[in-house]
Design a protein around this ligand. Structure first.
Ligand code: AMP
Ligand code: ZN
Length: 460
């Protein structure tokens, strides 16, 4: 079955053929590193990882670029508000550069725990300022750019098919929106910043000289500049979360195609939201869960990955602790089954399942179907070795740690002894003593969690 992918540009599932097979150029928007990423963010990166691994399984050679947004992403989706990096710096009393470094490392460490393949090229916006300035110069030369007191803007009325990633109604809504415009010099509501000038009098930590004045790049220009710098003017695939359709990706298309006159990406793939309590999980709303929170509650990050794979990437997924618990149980059963399979891994016996797995992935990355094939294979009347060979193949795409021996995070004997003494103190209702022991445990770097089955110590 040929690989078919849902293309947001045409709003249909299309046969995917890269420009220069077997190579596939792929750009995926990365994190804004002003804070920890939440598990909603990771849903998008999990979908992109399955894309890369499915491409590999199907014989393609993807080259993936991911950016790190370490400047220019303002607190409003428009071009107003503060730079998220500077907000992070003020919040933690560190420099914006330190904030970027810290949260980039936190992101990469989470990705490793989720077994997400690293991008072939990981590039920071602040490392590519000259390329961004050069792109703005191209747009200036072609008449797409105009200058206002606070920065340089892209004139969206100059591009006849501006907004083609959106439905007509959506675009009309944006054009006639009721948003109060902070910059009265902007010609149209949809125009967006290519470069912002540093505010007079207020020192910014991250700023650069440019032909138009000292400042910093607009959020969208980094992705266009770095994507074209590493992958050429037309990409095979560009991905991101669904929230990027109306602003970030629409504007990436406008400025890239304005500059080159060529299609920027042939396929646009968007992952749907992870919800929590019926709303998008978001840092701004406060209702979000981090990978560290899952681990504190005894889940593996890969249990969360299993949960993500139970839903198609274009469907919303509701996060609940109950569904995570079910995912944990299912993944444990798969791992137990994998551990119990004996015999030499033999490929021929599992050809039918290999084909079904490839077909599920080729059908717009249908991960729930791929999981169903895995369960069917385990139930099938096949020799253990054949099942083992098939599970290894499935693991190469799903990367659920099916063959890992997970070390149970060992709590030091000293902490275990203190926990025992604390439970004796509590049984005697000696709460002063039990509080004192809790403090001792905390001093050793653990927090005490009381639960139905007694108390346990979790690393801080
Ligand atoms: P940010 O760090 O805010 O730039 O977001 C990083 C990525 O996570 C982007 O591709 C977003 O579209 C995506 N994202 C943000 N919130 C969610 C969510 N609740 N569910 C799925 N993806 C999300
Ligand atoms: Zn981007």
């Amino acid at each position: 079955m040929p690989l078919r992918l849902y293309n947001s540009l045409t709003r249909t599932k299309e046969d995917f053929v890269p420009a220069a097979p077997p190579r596939v150029s792929l750009y995926t928007c990365g994190p804004t590193v002003y804070n920890y990423q939440h598990v909603g963010n990771y849903r998008t990166y999990i979908f992109e990882d399955i894309l890369v691994r499915a491409l590999q399984l199907l014989g393609y050679e993807p080259k993936r670029v991911m950016n790190i947004t370490d400047v220019g992403h303002l607190t409003s989706q428009g071009d107003e508000g503060e730079d998220k990096m500077e907000v992070g710096a003020a919040r933690e009393g560190k420099s914006a550069w330190d904030i970027a470094k810290f949260y980039t490392e936190a992101f990469l460490s989470d990705c490793a725990e989720l077994k997400l393949l690293p991008a072939d090229i990981l590039c920071k916006a602040t490392d590519h300022i000259p390329e961004q300035i050069a792109l703005v110069q191209k747009l200036e030369a072609k008449g797409f750019m105009y200058k206002t007191a606070d920065g340089l803007y892209f004139d969206t009325a100059k591009l006849p098919d501006y907004g083609r990633l959106m439905s007509k109604e959506h675009l009309e809504g944006l054009k006639s929106g009721a948003r109060v415009e902070a910059n009265p010099e902007k010609r149209h509501l949809t125009d967006f910043a290519l470069w912002k000038f540093s505010p007079k009098g207020a020192a910014r930590q991250m700023e650069w000289p440019s032909p138009w004045g000292k400042g910093f790049p607009g959020w969208h220009i980094e992705c266009s500049a770095m994507a074209m710098c590493f992958l050429g003017e037309t990409l095979d695939i560009h991905c991101g979360g669904i929230d990027h359709v109306p602003v970030h990706h629409t504007n990436e298309i406008a400025q890239s195609e304005g500059a080159t006159g060529r299609p920027f990406a042939r396929f646009w793939l968007h992952g749907e939201f992870l919800l929590m309590n019926n709303a998008k999980m978001a840092k701004s709303s406060g209702g979000f869960v981090r990978l560290a929170d899952l681990k504190d509650k005894g889940f593996s990050p890969l249990d969360y990955k299993y949960l993500c794979l139970t839903a198609h990437y274009r469907k919303q997924l509701d996060f609940t602790w109950e569904s995570l618990e079910a995912a944990k149980t299912a993944r444990r059963r798969l791992r137990d089954a994998a551990a119990g399979l004996s015999g030499e891994a033999s490929k021929p016996g599992c050809a039918e399942f290999s084909k079904r797995l490839a077909d599920a992935l080729a059908d717009d990355l249908n991960a729930p179907s791929a999981l169903a094939v895995v369960w069917d294979a385990l139930k099938a009347d096949l020799p253990g070795g054949a099942k083992r060979a098939f599970l290894k193949e499935a693991e190469s795409v799903l990367a659920l740690g099916l063959f890992d021996v997970e070390a149970v995070a060992a709590v030091p004997a000293e902490v275990v002894a203190l926990l025992d003494r604390r439970s004796v103190a509590k049984a005697k209702k000696d709460f002063a003593e039990s509080d004192r022991i809790r403090k001792q445990i905390e001093d050793l770097g653990y927090v005490v969690k009381d639960g139905k089955d007694g108390a346990k110590a979790v690393k801080k």
